[in-house]
Design a protein around this ligand. Structure first.
Ligand SMILES: NC(=O)c1ccc[n+]([C@@H]2O[C@H](COP(=O)([O-])OP(=O)(O)OC[C@H]3O[C@@H](n4cnc5c(N)ncnc54)[C@H](O)[C@@H]3O)[C@@H](O)[C@H]2O)c1
Length: 415
């Protein structure tokens, strides 16, 4: 199986080198002739550890074939990898013209019945691969298969990352991708492989990169705040990352309820206070509370949009296996709805009834049996661990808003 690579920038060159290293013959091209010329001479057009040696070896062995002729790449390759740029336009939207151009160029050289694999590596917004497939391929080239295969390499360690990535993601609109293609793309069998639809694969790259950017900004902000408080910032950083249970872990990283409880709200408020004391304007830190409040408001508006008057809350304490109601966002919502004349029912097996009777007397009478909450209502808001319990018992006509961290598409939820 031969590979063709379009685009010889940071991603394309590394893919050329690493696919060759994995035993494939690789044809490659770029619209910039100097990049093709550089590879022809056995030199890498980009600075990246290990790449130049592999390129030189590959060109000498005729396992890497650079050419200015796109039709040569198309004719010789079974799998075409598109690694062209997707820069931002002035308004921030991604510019897809390089992707569209390269695809329409390649299609000129394909015969109607050609069986090729076209694989997109460029970072593109969700919906792009579907759009390209429908617009350019579906009717004209029925035997061409499309995949989206996001690239996760980091410049400076790209070759290492190619062979030792966090996980491999493949976006596809069919199930049975042949082993030869999986083996080409998923080179490190010790790492997880996710085969998903195009949109989810496309989005995964944006989830990663926005999180990486957030980590940088968060670390800069919180430790800048700390340095003004006489803190040993290096030690504080070590202490933070050494906790791989709650900090550097998947904890708190699932979509679900807004945060609440006895600690996060009050401690984040103190961070605001320290920031003001030091006259620091730290944008991520100062927007934590507004972001959480905006999410609570979005849920509230979602409830109103269902246009019902009887609402049940299944799960009301701020998290699983705790009876703490302090700053429970769901409790706040129930209070607000109750004050606006909604008929509220509440069930939660973690509830402490005496706390409820003393601290929230106006909601105490709303506490009902689970069966009543489920049957005598028009809308159920599920939080915590109760989604399955609700799914098993809720009548079909009752709407459900799922705030637990089990996202379940047949049920109406916010996501
Ligand atoms: N650079 C990274 O570390 C990195 C990592 C992961 C993903 N990505 C994504 O991969 C994509 C490529 O990134 P890059 O940094 O390699 O970009 P780049 O700008 O370095 O390279 C793109 C190359 O494509 C070429 N090109 C454009 N149109 C072409 C055509 N019709 N035919 C042949 N070649 C053509 C350009 O001349 C250029 O050399 C982007 O979508 C980027 O977001 C980049």
């Amino acid at each position: 199986m031969n590979i063709g690579v379009f685009g010889l920038g940071y991603v394309g060159v590394v893919n050329v080198a690493c696919m060759y290293k994995n035993g494939y013959k690789v044809f490659c091209t770029d619209v910039k002739s100097q990049k093709v010329q550089s590879i022809l001479e056995g030199r890498s057009p980009i600075k990246e550890p290990d790449v130049e040696e592999i390129i030189r070896e590959g060109v000498e062995a005729k396992g890497i074939v650079p050419t200015l002729e796109a039709p040569v790449v198309v004719a010789n390759a079974d799998v075409l990898l598109f690694c062209v740029g997707t820069p931002s336009k002035a308004d921030g939207e991604v510019n897809l013209s390089f992707v569209k151009n390269v695809l329409s160029e390649v299609l000129q050289f394909l015969d109607k019945n050609d069986e090729k694999w076209l694989i997109f590596r460029s970072t593109v917004p969700p919906g792009t691969t579907e759009m390209l497939k429908q617009q350019f391929l579906d009717k004209l080239f029925p035997n061409v298969k499309i995949l989206f295969y996001p690239e996760f390499l980091r410049e400076g360690s790209a070759v290492k990352d190619f062979f030792n990535y966090g996980r491999c993601v493949i976006g596809s609109d069919f199930q049975d991708i042949p082993d030869k293609i999986i083996n080409l793309l998923h080179v490190n069998k010790e790492r997880p492989l996710f085969i998903t639809n195009f949109r989810t694969a496309e989005f995964s790259k944006y989830v990663d990169n926005s999180f990486h950017a957030l980590k940088v900004v968060f670390a800069n902000e919180i430790f800048r705040l700390g340095s003004g408080l006489g803190i040993d910032v290096k030690k504080a950083g070590e202490i933070f990352v050494s906790d791989t249970k709650l900090n550097i872990s998947s904890k708190y990283l699932k979509p679900g309820m807004p945060y609440g409880g006895s600690c996060l709200p009050k401690d984040v408020r103190e961070i605001q206070h320290l920031m003001h004391q030091q006259n620091l304007d730290l944008h991520i830190l100062k927007n934590i509370i507004p972001s959480n409040d905006a999410f609570i408001e979005a849920i509230y508006q979602k409830i109103l949009s269902v246009r019902v008057k009887k609402v049940s809350f299944v799960g009301i304490t701020f998290k699983n296996n705790s009876d703490d109601l302090r700053e429970s966002p769901i409790l706040k919502m129930a209070e607000r709805l109750s004050a606006s004349g909604f008929e509220i029912k509440i069930w939660d097996e973690d509830l402490n009834l005496s706390t409820m009777r003393i601290d929230f007397p106006h909601l105490y009478l709303s506490i009902k049996e689970f069966s009543e909450c489920i049957s005598q209502t028009e809308l159920i808001i599920v939080s915590k661990r109760y989604l399955n319990k609700v799914k098993e018992s809720a009548p079909e006509k009752v709407s459900v808003i799922n705030l637990s961290d089990e996202i379940d598409s047949p049920f109406m939820n916010l996501y």
